[in-house]
Design a protein around this ligand. Structure first.
Ligand code: KIV
Length: 261
């Protein structure tokens, strides 16, 4: 079992596709890691998936640290990347360094992810300069929910290309492209030297990422076009819980085999 590292991810460009998933807790992180995922992202999507917020804006550095520590305890092989939450890096470079440093030092994660393109170039460079590896994130950046007017496909080709190049120049080791038309994602992938990891960006990226709760069908019926649900775990879980309730009420569970003598 060879540990996935930042340099080994960079090396995959043009050679081997990168599979990335989110995880937010020990149990799922262990399953995902054992299955052979390359990168586990402790995404600030935990705000919506785990904490029940309407968007990712309320998520704090403490929330991220709490969940990332649990994930890191489970992982043996995958590269663990932690999302920098809203307002933990936008205010100043000093604050970005302090927060990124805390998140790496206190959790054991190996890299941070920062949303935003050209505007975040100096922040990304400052983190890379103190040896904190950075994954960029452009296109639909959920922390810009209000500025973008909601979750929409991002189609400004030249802007996106400039953003990708700025992130590359700043020293990031990879870039997430979220909700970008596939032709634009293909062009960016061809024009930057670091791996692109798509979500709603088509098949030509160097890798793909999904939110684990989407893949497992744990969330409600809302399903963006780019999500592939591999199992409807929500139904499986609901049925199991209903069966349990029924058996408890009818005195079927526990039976003798689940009892001590
Ligand atoms: O927070 C998250 O889960 C993300 C991925 C969707 C890329 O940023």
């Amino acid at each position: 079992m060879e540990k996935v590292t930042v340099p080994s991810i960079k090396d995959r460009k043009g050679k081997e596709k990168i599979a990335m998933l989110t995880a937010y807790d020990f149990c799922l992180a262990q399953i995902v890691d054992e299955a052979g995922i390359d990168i586990i992202l402790v995404g600030d999507s935990l705000g919506t998936c785990v904490l029940g917020y309407g968007n990712t804006l309320p998520v704090t550095v403490s929330d991220m640290i709490h969940h990332t520590k649990a994930v890191v305890r489970a992982v043996r092989r995958a590269l663990v990347v932690v999302d920098m939450p809203f307002m933990s890096y936008q205010e100043s470079i000093e604050k970005a360094k302090r927060n990124a440093g805390r998140m790496i030092k206190e959790t054991g994660a190996e890299a941070v992810k920062v949303e935003g393109g050209e505007k975040m170039k100096d922040v990304i460079k400052a983190l890379v300069d103190i040896d904190i590896p950075v994954m960029g994130h452009i296109g639909l950046t959920p922390q810009s929910y209000h500025a973008l007017g909601g979750y929409k496909v991002q189609r400004e080709e030249e802007r996106l290309l400039k953003d990708a190049k700025a992130i590359e120049e700043a020293g990031a080791f990879s870039i997430v492209l979220e909700c970008v038309p596939r032709q634009i994602a293909k062009r960016i992938t061809e024009e930057v030297s670091i791996p692109t990891i798509g979500i709603g960006a088509g098949p030509d990226c160097d890798g793909q990422v999904l939110v684990i709760y989407d893949l497992l069908g744990l969330l409600g019926d809302f399903r963006p076009k780019f999500v592939k649900r591999y199992v409807n775990l929500r139904e499986v879980v609901k049925k199991s819980v209903c069966d349990y309730i029924g058996e408890v009420k009818e005195g079927i569970f526990p039976d003798d085999s689940h009892s001590f003598h």
